[in-house]
Write a protein that binds this ligand. Structure first.
Ligand SMILES: *Cc1c(COP(=O)(O)O)cnc(C)c1O
Length: 385
């Protein structure tokens, strides 16, 4: 059986896959089973930070594979400890818990928020406010945190203790707080799955000051926006805010599964022995990949991210078929006159991989995509528009 038939027969039917089988990739180029070449502007949904099978990343991963692959969290390992140190140095966070995915990183954030509040105020102050149109994951609890009904259908009852406010409407946040029992507000600085919608600076900074005043924890879900994607190591660093908890995953380990929940000063000691754990979390191979990724995201690279972002925006701004461009850094959403799916298909036919976010075409190129390839890909996109 060919791969597509095999997949359709044996894989659970949860993905509307494009009829393309990827067999090889290098940097921002990849190839399907017929040998057709594509310029990749999707990076496995913001995962392949430096593209496919990057040499420097591969060396770091292979070196760790040669040293040792996995041990349990019952022993100390260097890559995990070093990665936590680097993340704390670069963010002002104090401690890190490692897991394997975005949903798990958010689960940890939710547990920390609830425990912080219960330790300090006793049981009952456990509500987490999230935003309508948000996306926080697919586990039952992170689905509950996700402020979009479409994800909830068929899976009720969800975890209790979540209430939704309207993005960029501070009064809506205040109303939800006034109902009482709130321990945290969780948000994406740029709503990814919600259609690449950046939050207003003023809204973010207002939420931050309300949180500080009322000892409500601010959780930034940087699963998609983090790791250089939005022109800073973490997107919140574009604003005058300091979250209490930052969760990340996707691009962190450059193509290996890894989640991290970074804990600020208030909550650095909230998790205690046995209060949380993960078998695979902090896997040394993933951690070695992540160190190599994070160490390369320096000021020079971030400047290039912002320059490439501006380059794309400038090219698309006046292009025919574009209604609007939203986003931050190399996380961009294009509202198109044509149906987004049609545009995506035309791009694919002409050798460019882009994806969707709500009704928009979403671009998430590798942070190190050569400008010549980026230009070529955007020209294909513009013709498709
Ligand atoms: C992708 C994503 C998640 C879920 O991450 P998984 O690794 O798929 O569990 C959570 N939050 C945001 C903002 C995301 O973009």
């Amino acid at each position: 059986m060919d791969t597509i038939s095999l997949d359709k027969k044996y894989i659970a039917n949860t993905y509307a896959r494009f009829p393309v089988e990827i067999v090889k990739g290098k940097g921002s180029l990849c190839y399907d089973e017929t040998g057709k070449e594509y310029i990749d502007l999707a990076t496995g949904i913001a995962v392949n930070t430096f593209g496919f099978s990057d040499e420097e990343w591969k060396s770091a991963v292979i070196a760790q594979l040669n040293a040792f692959s996995h041990t349990s969290n019952l022993y100390f390992t260097r890559p995990c400890a070093r990665l936590a140190q680097i993340l704390c140095d670069r963010t002002g966070m104090k401690k890190v818990f490692f897991s394997n995915s975005g949903a798990e990183a958010n689960e940890c954030a939710i547990k920390v928020a609830r425990k912080y509040s219960e330790d300090k105020y006793g049981f009952g102050r456990h509500v987490i406010i999230t935003l309508k149109n948000s996306f926080h994951g697919r586990t039952i609890t992170t689905l509950s945190a996700t402020g979009q009904d479409v994800f909830h259908t068929n899976f009720l009852p969800l975890t209790e203790g979540f209430r939704y406010a309207t993005a960029n409407d501070i009064d809506s946040v205040k109303e939800q707080i006034a109902l009482g029992g709130v321990c945290a507000i969780m948000l994406e600085v740029v709503q990814g799955e919600g259609g690449v919608m950046p939050l207003d600076k003023k809204f973010l900074e207002d939420v931050y000051s309300i949180c500080k005043e009322q000892d409500i924890l601010l959780i930034c879900d940087e699963v998609q926006t983090g790791n250089g994607r939005c022109g800073k190591l973490y997107a919140y660093q574009n604003y005058e805010i300091l979250p209490d908890i930052v969760s990340t995953a996707k691009g962190l380990a450059g193509g290996l599964p890894m989640g991290a929940t970074m804990l600020g000063e208030k909550v650095e000691n909230t998790l205690t022995i046995s209060s949380h754990g993960s078998t695979f979390g902090g896997n040394p191979v993933c951690a070695a990949g992540a160190i190599s990724v994070i160490e390369r995201i320096d000021d020079k690279l971030l400047q290039e991210v912002n320059e490439k972002s501006q380059f794309i925006i400038n090219k698309l701004k006046n292009a025919k078929g574009v209604k609007s461009v939203s986003g931050l850094g190399l996380m961009l959403g294009i509202e198109t006159e044509k149906d987004a799916s049609e545009v995506i298909k035309a791009c694919q036919d002409n050798g460019v991989l882009v994806i969707k976010a709500k009704n928009k075409v979403r671009l998430l190129p590798a942070l190190n995509i050569p400008i010549s390839l980026l230009e070529k890909a955007i020209d294909v996109l513009i013709s498709a528009l």
